[in-house]
Design a protein around this ligand. Structure first.
Ligand SMILES: Nc1nc2c(ncn2[C@@H]2O[C@H](COP(=O)(O)OP(=O)(O)OP(=O)(O)O)[C@@H](O)[C@H]2O)c(=O)[nH]1
Ligand SMILES: C[C@H](OP(=O)(O)O)C(=O)O
Length: 204
C-alpha cells in the first residue's frame, strides 16, 4: 500500500507556546527542534519504505525536513492553521495517488515501533484509525485514500474525527496507546516525558 506520512510543523519560533511559562523563547525553539528531528529520525530509521512529507511555513524547517529525507511543502505564512496545513497534505497525497495518508504531529516525545505497527495493522482493516492524545487530541490519524475527509484538529479532535468518519459511513476506530498519546504540550507532559526518559524524553 503506497503510504505517505505527513507531519505538520510550525516555525520553531512559533512552536510550543503553552510552555512559555517555564521556558524562554530560545529553550522552546530548541525543544521544538529536538522533537521534530527525533520524529524524522525515527521514521527514517524504522520505516524507510514510507514516504514522508513535512508541511510548514518555515524555510528553516523545510530545509531540516529535506536533510532528513522528507519532502517539504511550504504553506502560506500566517494564514493557514493546522487544519489547512493537513488539508494541503491530503491534496498532495491524492494528486500523487497514495493509498493511505498518516498524519502525525511533530511533538511526540516517545515513538515505539510496537505501537506504530499496531496502528498500521489496524489500518489494513479500517478506513480511519486514530490514536487519541491523553487530552482528547489526535496524535496519529491513518486515513485510507481516496477519501473526502475534513480535518478537525483542535479541542476534542479525536472524538470529532471518529464521529465524522462514522457519519460518512467509514469503518473507523480510535485507540489509546501510552507513548503515542504523549505529545509534549503542557509542563506536565514535558515532566512526564522527562521522567520516562527514553526517546526524545531524555533531551527535554
Ligand atoms: N504547518 C503547520 N503546522 C502546525 C500549525 N499549527 C500547529 N502545527 C503543528 O501541529 C502539531 C501540533 O501542534 P500544536 O500542539 O497545536 O502546537 P505546538 O506548537 O506544538 O504547541 P502550542 O503552541 O503550545 O499549541 C505540531 O507539530 C505543530 O508544529 C500550522 O498552522 N501549520
Ligand atoms: C491540535 C490538537 O493537538 P493538541 O492540542 O493536543 O496539541 C489536536 O490533536 O487536535
Amino acid at each position: 500500500m503506497k503510504t505517505l506520512i505527513a507531519m505538520p510543523m510550525k516555525a520553531y519560533a512559533d512552536a510550543k507556546t503553552r510552555l512559555s511559562g517555564e521556558l524562554d523563547s530560545g529553550a522552546r525553539q530548541r525543544l521544538a527542534k529536538v522533537l521534530f528531528e527525533y520524529g524524522q529520525a525515527f521514521f527514517s530509521e524504522n520505516y524507510p519504505q514510507l514516504d514522508r512529507l513535512v508541511v510548514t511555513p518555515s524555510s528553516e524547517v523545510a530545509r531540516a525536513a529535506r536533510r532528513a529525507g522528507a519532502s517539504a511543502l511550504r504553506e502560506p505564512i500566517g494564514v493557514a492553521g493546522l487544519n489547512a496545513a493537513v488539508a494541503m497534505a491530503l491534496s498532495y497525497a491524492r494528486l500523487r495517488r497514495y493509498d493511505r495518508l498518516i498524519v502525525l504531529p511533530a511533538d511526540l516525545a516517545i515513538l515505539k515501533t510496537v505501537e506504530f505497527d499496531a496502528l498500521l495493522e489496524l489500518a489494513d482493516r479500517y478506513d480511519l484509525v486514530t490514536a487519541r492524545a491523553h487530552d482528547g487530541g489526535t496524535n496519529a490519524l491513518l486515513l485510507k485514500l481516496p477519501n473526502a475527509f475534513t480535518f478537525r484538529y483542535g479541542a476534542d479532535s479525536a472524538r470529532k474525527h471518529l464521529h465524522q468518519a462514522l457519519e460518512l459511513g467509514m469503518r473507523a476506530v480510535t485507540v489509546s496507546l501510552p507513548f503515542i498519546g504523549l505529545d509534549v504540550d503542557s509542563p506536565c507532559d514535558r515532566a512526564e516525558a522527562r521522567r520516562i526518559g527514553v526517546g526524545a524524553g531524555a533531551y527535554l
